[in-house]
Design a binder for this molecule. Sequence first.
Ligand code: YOG
Length: 134
Amino acid sequence: MPADFNGTWNLVRSENFEGYMLALGIDFATRKIAKMLKPQKVIKQEGDSFTISTTSTFRNYFVQFKIGEEFEEDNKGLDNRKCKSVVTWDNEKLVCVQTGEKKNRGWTHWVEGDELYLELRCEGEVSTQVFKRA
Ligand code: YOG
């Protein structure tokens, strides 16, 4: 029985988001704004089909995928690079590999108690974001 990510989640803390943004080449002005944001995630999970919408006062981002099915991701409004992405289960964790110009790019989601974790990876940088149920 896989983990249940369904719900509305609000960012409560994050680590090294600056390092992750630097690795993605996000400019100074955008990083200054982005690190102040408290994004909200709405995750809808039906079997192995997911939608994740991340919204904030500055930018929004939406992604839709099925476990194990590669899709084109355009990262519009983020770093705007295209990549080929695939999400798989690693036990109770959701692991995304984003293949493209940036090495070692991807993310992992998991639930711990009432918290949703998101580890963001790019090149040598790792950022962790923690969300709580709205
Ligand atoms: O989540 O891919 O839940 O897609 C990563 C920001 C900041 C824009 C956020 C907007 C990367 C300016 C999405 C933040 C930094 C900075 C709210 C993480 C790039 C630009 C949208 C993500 C996955 C997993 C789903």
